[in-house]
Design a protein around this ligand. Sequence first.
Ligand code: GLC
Length: 572
Amino acid sequence: MARILHEQTPTQQWWNHAVIYQIYPRSFASRHGQIGDLPGIIDHLGYLADLGIDAVWLSPFYLSPQKDAGYDVADYYRVDPMFGTNDDAIALINAVHEHGLRIIVDMVPNHTSDQHVWFQAALADPNSPQRQYYWFRDGKPDNHQPPNDWGSIFGSRAWTRVCDRADAPGSPWENDTQWYLHLFDSSQPDLNWDSPEVRAEFCNILRYWLDLGVDGFRVDVAHGLCKDPELPDWQFHWDMVSGGSKVPGDVPPPPQWNRPEVHEIYREWRAVLDEYGPDRALVAEAWVDNLDDMAKFVRADEMSQAFNFDFLCSPFTVNAYRTSIRESLRAMDNVGAPTTWVLSNHDVVRVVSRMGLVETGKGPNGIRPTDPQPDAQLGMQRGLAAHLLQAGLPGSCYIYQGEELALPEHTGLSDDIRQDPAYFRTRGVEAGRDGCRIPMPWNSQLPGFGFSPSGETWLPQPEEWRDLAVDVQLSRSDSTLALFRRLFAARAELRMAQAQLCEVEEDSPWLHYISRHDTRDDVHILTVFDTPTPLPTGAEIIISSRALDEPTAPGESYTVPCNCTVWFTLSS
Ligand code: GLC
């Protein structure tokens, strides 16, 4: 018996059904130097429109010392000269719209850069109003120990003593013995969201970008803004990628993550966005413990979407996927929000590599040449199967630049060129995220694969990427890029994102769903894991993530091989 997991929905706001493509600006395309820039993005909007996406999300391009690749913002109102100018941003926003797409920009409210004027003022004068914008505290009794035991997500402790900063000697703060909190790098001091001034400042920042025409914001570390004001010890530690997921049940709730007070902030932000009409989106990056907690971020008066990290972190097994899909739809339907589906971003090992590891799931924080290497073929099969599955499910789906080319993680980077603060703060225990941030290959014939005019790239590209470059894939009908174009075209045409979803056979070794919409015939989505499975007779294939096994006798049907998703209809 088929069980209904989700009801057909009318076409709602654009984000309910959208395919959203993440652009990591420094690695997308450059018109000028070795780092990608905003004009470089404008040059490739035609490519994105042809891919069949609905919106782009840009990682931060604001003024920043780039200690955490732009997630350390020194001025929220200014484009970093490295990426271009504010005029380039305006041109980009307009060009995105001219291509019929929407644009979401990143907002980083948990922390600023230590170079931000607020933090500089806070350092320069302990009595300045800006001191209250952050978390400055005296240390433990003798002041030689930090105020509490919290760890930084990037490794080591979450507190730095002002006088211990590298810029302290000879500065006005050289004798300042207070500590400041940073859940990430010491160059990313946490903002104090109890401060009404901080709240007001961010409403103005949102309005600035809304006035320029952005369609919404992806909210960085959305679960981190509020802290228990007592700042109690916690004893436990979360790392970058696992975030809150899978913290053992007996661990007390973290005093610095997923506090209920954060939701007030997003209600206030929702009201700001609504000043611009109902079609502006807020997307939560919230690494929280379970899907019901995630759903709280997308209640009607808060955000529009939250990244489904439960799905991203699920190992490639029938049980994990079945549970994640059921639970995701249940939790989001409970609050009337769309489910999102996401497999990669700039913080995790690229999906086709992650899925080629012995243990699939959230994966390690980076892969080094000396680590066990992914099985490329297996990873590719599973990664594409997962993509065809997620694109068939109701809701919105995300794709990280290069996934459409099946780019693997760069596992050959040498340690001396790594840039991720997680690598430095863990003293090299974690390789970090550089391997998923390699500049895109546009043209196999040009230096740097056409990433920049001179061929320079801020991180080296693997030589094997020549065969994966856009020009090569555009010329082949059997390329991954061609597959993604067909996939997104079929997803839109068949209204997969708006459809009812039924689960067939609740404990089979494969996943079988029926996507039902009253404008067309049923579409079946079948994902096969470890047991090759024949298609039913009369199946007409719409798309499959790899070649199916041919029938061996007349009247027999095709067989779906392991690690494969196929969409098909059944002739009645
Ligand atoms: C988010 C970003 C990540 C960044 C961190 C700190 O998790 O996705 O790249 O390092 O926040 O801002």
